[in-house]
Structure formats: structure tokens, C-alpha cells
Design a binder for this molecule. Sequence first.
Ligand SMILES: C[S@@+](CC[C@H](N)C(=O)[O-])C[C@H]1O[C@@H](n2cnc3c(N)ncnc32)[C@H](O)[C@@H]1O
Length: 220
Amino acid sequence: MTDRGWEAVDAYIAGQLLGPDPVLDAALKGNAEGGLPAIDVSAAQGKMLHLLARISGARHILEVGTLGGFSTIWLARALPEGGRLVTLEISPTHAEVARANIAHAGLAEKVEVRVGPALESLKTMGDEAPFDLVFIDADKENNANYVQAAIGLSRPGALILVDNVVRGGGVIDAASTEPRIVGTRKLFEMLQAEERLEATAIQTVGAKGWDGFVMAVVKG
Ligand SMILES: C[S@@+](CC[C@H](N)C(=O)[O-])C[C@H]1O[C@@H](n2cnc3c(N)ncnc32)[C@H](O)[C@@H]1O
């Protein structure tokens, strides 16, 4: 099946299982008007993140890479009363658009968008630990560093998810010098050696092409 077929199936899945969502439609419109790139997760992937947060009973969520808050909204919708999500974003422009989208979604009380390079922000977050779920979707070069930081900020049993780890199959190109592929391969090498995590990766196809997620649980 072609990429167009993947898109059509994603549209079918959204039509059958997700239904109309004016709030998320408005978020994507806000992103486009703000000049943000359309590199958010797909709606079906957003709902998968939402369901994983619910299944894991997450009350405290950390996101690395906000963009306009599309995935943030999906995750924050899974929070129970009193739950909280912190999302890290380097671009003040992206953060401003995200804050508006999150407020429009009625989630401003639960979500904090924190601006700065995520590696620096993560170093200052010890007091806010532990997190129950961490979603990593920022600069792929730093994925191994983000997962290491996430382990330190997570409770035993916490779920760590990393997006875009297949990169159209590029992940198996050991000769690649493309920084995001090099970063992704470094992530897999780190995961292989990391005894504090139990991990797998799942390939995905759809509106966002051929890619995949790492899913890892912090051992007790
Ligand atoms: C793929 S987008 C995030 C998409 C978002 N998770 C969603 O699905 O709606 C990646 C975001 O990470 C941000 N980013 C890139 N490098 C970063 C860094 N070093 N620290 C924090 N954020 C960064 C980019 O500005 C961009 O907004």
C-alpha cells in the first residue's frame, strides 16, 4: 500500500473511532496561523497517547517537545482531577501558540508550558518528580539524553514513550550521518544497555508516513 493509502486509512480510523473534535481542529488551525510546521502526532496517535496515559493511571505527565500543544491536549485530557502536565519547548513562538490552544481546550489549569532547551529544563526538575508518564518528541539528536533524564524523574512503573524512532526505515542505516538518525541509533544502543528499563519499539504507518514509537517501562 502507498503512502496515500496509509493516509486514507488514517482518515478512516479517525472517522470511525475518534469523531469530530472542534478543539483539536482549532489547535491545528492555530498552529497553521502561527506558522508552526505540521509535525504534530496524528489524531490516531494522539488518542493512543491519551489511552496509554489513562491505562497507566498517570497523574503527573512530562512532555518534551510541545509545538502547538496537539499531543499535549490529548495527554492532558487523560489526567484526573488534580493531575498535572509539564511540557518543555525551546521556541517561545511555539509555546505562545501552545498556551493559546491549551487554554482554548480548557486545560490551562492542568498544563504548564515551560520555555527553554529541554536538557536545561530537565536538570532543574528534581523537585517536581516523580512523573508517571514521559512523552519525548523534540530534537531527535538528544533522545538518549532525554530518556536518561526521564528515568531519573520517573517513578518505578512509569511509562516512557519516544516518537519518530523509525524514520522511514532510516534507523537501520548504520552508515547514516543524518543527525536525527544518528541520534535515534544512539537511543537504541542506550536502551539495549539500560538495565533500569524494559523497552520495545513499534513501527507505525499513516498520515505521518512510516515511523514508530519506543515504549519503555521503568523497572521497579
Ligand atoms: C515534533 S515537534 C512536537 C510535536 C508535538 N509533540 C505534537 O505532537 O503536537 C518538536 C518540538 O520540539 C521543539 N524542540 C526542538 N528542540 C528542542 C529542545 N532542545 N528543547 C525543547 N524543545 C525543543 C521544537 O521547537 C518543536 O516545537
